[in-house]
Design a protein around this ligand. Structure first.
Ligand code: CS2
Ligand code: MN
Length: 368
């Protein structure tokens, strides 16, 4: 596995590249131009600027997360081709700096949804929490009103400046079924995958988080069956998956180990993290360690090891520990601990024992 670490960019992340460089075995940065709205072309000079910054540290930029999909593409609206053309231009620009994998998602309206970004765990760390009942009971338009009245209620994706758009989007999705959404994904992939093949960039769809229907919006990336359907939409290895153990793991009936074996050649990016599930459907993110949550991280790493996985891996969300002030889920400490757990498992499965195995190491030659 090739370890990479998500970084939100200069001035946009509490974790510096210098700090990331000190985590053992990290070879690249997972990045994006977060200020470019979905559907717009990523300017070449902005991309090159990130390359310059990361080059200084010897990090590669092989993995982008995410080039977001414009809602018109997901909705199948009349203007979708404009945004697909823009997506193709962005792919070409990204190819020019050597990008190999683009992670994206096909969730209507929102990226991941949580009800509490800083829920306390018994050890006084905090983590992202999802209270099922709260979301089930929530009328999205009611929430729009609540946030408009008090921006403190904002959740990711519900930023006050987005509220008007949200209202329109809920209306637009009213009659969109899961079949429609799947067809719209197929339409998108049929246009984009040939360019991906030409420019040697693999697409990797991220599962829906949480992996079930929320706010009455259709969802198509929640189970092994749906993932199977998606990779069949366009039979090219460039049409692949970001297998996120945390997103998929929020469902008890998802067997991630089975998915790793099932989709092995199509997993271009692995997100590894743990979640603890409660009987009522709530879940909280935990440390990466198997025993702390409900997802068998040890077996997952073993499955990747068994298939000889040589793709990109990143720790996913972490808890907020040691009083770190950071973006929800994206602190340094717990993700770095997560990496060491993943390496610990991987190296143990490798049964290294002095054998000649190639390891990526950040350790520079020591100067005397
Ligand atoms: C999340 C998402 O679980 C995750 O990886 O942090 O924001 C993810 O980056 C996107 O859904 C991928 O498109
Ligand atoms: Mn993920």
């Amino acid at each position: 596995m090739r370890m990479v670490f998500r970084w939100f960019g200069e001035g946009n992340d509490s974790v510096s590249l210098t700090k990331i460089k000190q985590i053992p075995g990290v070879e690249g940065i997972v990045w994006a131009l977060h200020d470019i709205p979905a559907g717009e072309i990523w300017p070449l000079d902005r991309i090159q600027e990130v390359k310059k910054q990361t080059d200084l540290y010897g990090f590669h930029l092989d993995v982008v997360e995410s080039v977001n999909i414009h809602e018109s593409i997901k909705l199948g609206s009349a203007d979708r081709d404009v945004y697909i053309m823009n997506y193709l231009e962005t792919i070409k620009h990204l190819a020019s700096v050597g990008v190999k994998v683009i992670c994206y998602n096909f969730m209507p309206v929102f990226d991941w949804v949580r009800t509490d970004l800083f829920r306390s765990l018994p050890d006084q760390s905090t983590a992202l929490f999802y209270e099922k009942e709260k979301v089930t009971a929530m009328d999205p338009l009611e929430l729009v009103r609540k946030i408009a009245a008090n921006p403190d209620y904002t959740m990711p994706g519900w930023e006050p400046e987005r509220l008007e758009t949200l209202k329109d989007l809920f209306a637009a999705y009213q009659d969109v079924t899961t079949d429609d959404l799947m067809n719209n994904l197929q339409y998108f992939l049929e246009k984009v995958i040939p360019i991906c093949e030409e420019y040697d960039i693999k697409l990797a769809i991220h599962p829906d988080d949480p992996p079930w229907e929320i706010f009455g919006l259709p969802r198509i990336v929640t189970t092994q069956d749906q993932l199977r359907e998606i990779i069949k939409l366009v039979p090219s290895e460039y049409n692949g998956i970001t297998l996120c153990s945390g997103a998929l793991g929020a469902r008890k009936d998802n067997d991630i180990v089975a998915m790793i074996h099932d989709f092995k050649n199509r997993i271009h990016f692995a997100h590894i993290r743990n979640v603890k599930l409660f009987d009522n459907g709530d879940f909280i993110e935990t440390s990466h360690r198997t025993q702390d949550g409900s997802v068998p991280i040890d077996q997952i790493v073993k499955a990747y090891h068994d298939i000889g996985f040589d793709g990109y891996v990143r720790p996913d969300h972490g808890r907020h520990i040691w009083e770190e002030q950071c973006r929800p889920g994206y602190g340094l400490y717990d993700r770095a601990l997560g990496i060491m757990y993943l390496w610990g498992l991987w190296d143990a499965y490798n049964n290294y024992n002095g054998k000649d195995v190639q390891y990526v190491t950040n350790q520079l030659e020591f100067k005397k």
